[in-house]
Write a protein that binds this ligand. Structure first.
Ligand SMILES: [Zn+2]
Length: 244
């Protein structure tokens, strides 16, 4: 059984017979992150993958562990938050542009990944509210982000003793701008250390709170970064199979 995200039908889970056999014509299409034209036969209970034509294999994503982990994060997010046959308008195009930009290797994979996640939240109607206070509606350029409230709170609405995550006007702008996935813009973007910290913190807690999800592939990315810090040239890094 293999999961595919399709343009017309959203998530499709289908049986791909014989993919383990040498020379199987279907095996190329079940490689992760591969863009293909697929043909399914409808069975009584499940669909069967009958034919495929690979359009873009995105080999680069399977050769580089960091990019593999970022691509896995995006696919895991889609797989764990959409139901079979539920079509989220624009999601297929977003996923395709994201994998293409990641494979091209000319933008920071982490920035591409944050932009994918923010765009995904926007398409799903779950984006954090950033232009006004979620409680009183006052227009804001900066404020305290609250995952539980789903966005920014002004100084008078932020509960006493519960700080939230203070966001500068700069970090709020990045969060707003990155919610449109635009590879040309992302290629040129240089984020400050503070903005990177804020983006990571907001996205992690927003996804955890609103989708009840902690991405396994993100934990893998964190281990990969730690292992890069410890053994810059070692082969003792975690393997992609750890993504699960
Ligand atoms: Zn307020």
């Amino acid at each position: 059984m293999v999961s595919f995200y399709t343009r017309e039908r959203g998530l499709v889970e289908a049986v791909a017979r014989g993919i383990g056999k040498p020379g199987s014509s279907l095996s190329a299409a079940v490689e992760p992150f591969t863009l293909s034209k697929l043909f399914f036969a409808e069975g009584r209970n499940v669909d069967y993958l009958t034919q495929c034509r690979v359009i873009e294999a995105f080999y680069e994503l399977r050769r580089d562990m960091t990019r593999y982990a970022h691509a896995s994060c995006a696919c895991e997010l889609v797989l764990r938050t959409t139901e079979p046959s539920q079509v989220v308008a624009g999601l297929f195009t977003l996923l395709e542009s994201y994998l293409r930009a990641l494979a091209s290797g000319d933008a920071d994979p982490q920035v591409l990944s944050w932009s994918f996640q923010l765009s995904y939240l926007r398409l799903s109607g779950l984006a954090p509210v950033l232009d006004r206070c979620v409680e009183c509606g006052e227009e804001l350029g900066a404020g305290a982000y609250s995952a539980g409230k789903g966005g920014l709170l002004c100084a008078s609405c932020a509960p006493e003793g519960e700080a939230g995550l203070p966001l500068s006007a700069g970090s709020v702008k990045y969060l707003e701008n990155l919610a449109e996935f635009d590879p040309d813009h992302l290629r040129r973007l240089r984020l400050t250390g503070q903005a990177r910290h804020d983006l990571q913190a907001v996205l992690r807690s927003h996804i955890r709170y609103h989708l009840d999800l902690s991405l396994k592939s993100e934990a893998f990315l964190r281990r990969l970064r730690r292992s890069d810090d410890r053994h810059p040239t070692s082969d003792q890094r975690p393997t992609p199979n750890d993504v699960g």
